[in-house]
Design a protein around this ligand. Structure first.
Ligand SMILES: C[S@@+](CC[C@H](N)C(=O)[O-])C[C@H]1O[C@@H](n2cnc3c(N)ncnc32)[C@H](O)[C@@H]1O
Length: 355
């Protein structure tokens, strides 16, 4: 391997290599609770940090080596003490809530686990199924809990324009509900409305039911359902789909099922990745390389694993509108939530004279 900084690209590439490794070490730090511990401590030695975090000192010291040379943690060599700057803690700790970026780095290891399977798919086609991602629901739940807790009721749901009706009592379905946190939060906020969550994941539905029970909700129900086989007709006033349509094996069919399941004039709120369907228009999208990677290593491949369309994470606005129109929806508003650079919120209605 050529390891020189002679030209711009090789220098940049060394940085990419370092940053990739730092992602993995950040994930380790997040899982081991090291950032949370360090945020509470005054400048400390590796032994003090390891003791406070109840971890093995030798591993902590090596991790600190990566963090210090990666400019994530500060080091005072004369005192042999390490500290996490407050500005870094504000985007690396659990206390940072929705601003915690460290939790995202867990996806690097999750996807690294299936690298060999993905390479086989490059050669033979097909895909890697959900069962190859045993930690997926757990990490996804951790990711979306932060977002839903901070924004669902206050910023996201109002985009559907249904708040008054939710207060008086309507029927709501969340398609691909995962571990059900969105449904449970909505059900708690709007006790007169009735909520259903459908997902194909047994693990997701199990966690959703457990949370609903813990929250003592009487108006939230969950069912294992393949979204492409939803057979409800004109049953719901509002249907939501958070970050799930592009993962589907049969998204076109799913959107048609959603259209059929809505009552006339009912609203569909679809959260999906903020991107263009045209590659060159994504050059300015800061997260584009991450999105195409997640697509290749997870979203596209799980769809292809079931003989699906393989839309991919970056299917984009133009394609999304095309698919919504194909399902029967009329005009579509594409909205964004302040501070959420990752998502578009598509809001559309079932025509009031349609089936
Ligand atoms: C990226 S996750 C989003 C989960 C949840 N909406 C959230 O925001 O936390 C996509 C979800 O779609 C579900 N899913 C994929 N294919 C499905 C299908 N055919 N029917 C129902 N759910 C499906 C997965 O099990 C997963 O929970």
């Amino acid at each position: 391997m050529r390891m020189s900084k002679d030209d711009d690209f090789s220098g940049r590439f060394l940085q990419i290599l370092n940053d990739g490794m730092l992602c993995l070490m950040t994930s380790v730090g997040h899982k081991a609770g090291l950032f949370d511990t360090m945020a509470r401590l005054a400048p400390s030695t590796s032994a003090e940090i390891a003791k406070a975090a109840k971890l093995n000192e030798r591993y902590v010291r090596e991790w600190l080596g990566a963090m210090v040379t990666g400019r994530i943690i500060d080091y005072d060599p004369s005192a042999g003490k390490y500290s996490l700057p407050a500005t870094h803690a504000s985007c690396l700790t659990r206390a940072a809530g929705i601003d915690n970026l460290a939790m995202f780095t867990q996806y690097v290891a999750l996807m690294g686990n299936v690298e060999d399977d993905i390479v086989k798919c490059f050669k033979k086609g097909g895909g890697v199924p959900y069962s190859a991602f045993p930690k997926f629901q757990e990490i996804q739940a951790e990711e979306t809990a932060r977002v839903f807790d901070a924004r669902l009721v206050s910023d996201i749901l109002p985009l559907a324009g249904q708040t008054d009706r939710l207060k008086s009592g309507i029927d709501v379905l969340d398609v691909g509900c995962g571990t059900g946190h969105a449904i449970n939060l909505m059900a708690r906020t709007f006790p007169k409305s009735r909520f259903w969550g459908y997902d194909i994941s047994r693990e997701g539905i199990g966690a959703a039911r457990a949370e609903a029970k813990k929250m003592k909700l009487k108006n939230a129900r969950f069912k294992i359902v393949d979204a492409a086989k939803i057979d409800d007709r004109e049953k719901f006033d509002l249907i939501t789909a958070f970050d799930t349509i592009h993962d589907q094996a049969r998204p076109t069919k799913v959107l048609k099922c959603i259209y059929r399941a809505l009552r006339k004039g009912g609203t569909f709120l679809m959260q999906d990745i903020a991107a263009s369907s045209r590659l060159h228009e994504n050059m300015q999208n800061t997260l584009a390389p991450t999105l195409y990677t997640i697509s290749t290593m997870h979203c596209m491949t799980v769809s292809l694993a079931y003989g699906g369309e393989g839309l991919g994470t970056v299917w984009g606005e133009q394609k999304a509108k095309e698919k919504l129109a194909e399902a029967g929806f009329g005009s579509v508003d594409v909205k964004q939530v302040e501070g959420d650079m990752l998502n578009y919120y598509y809001v559309t209605q079932k025509k009031s004279n349609d089936l």
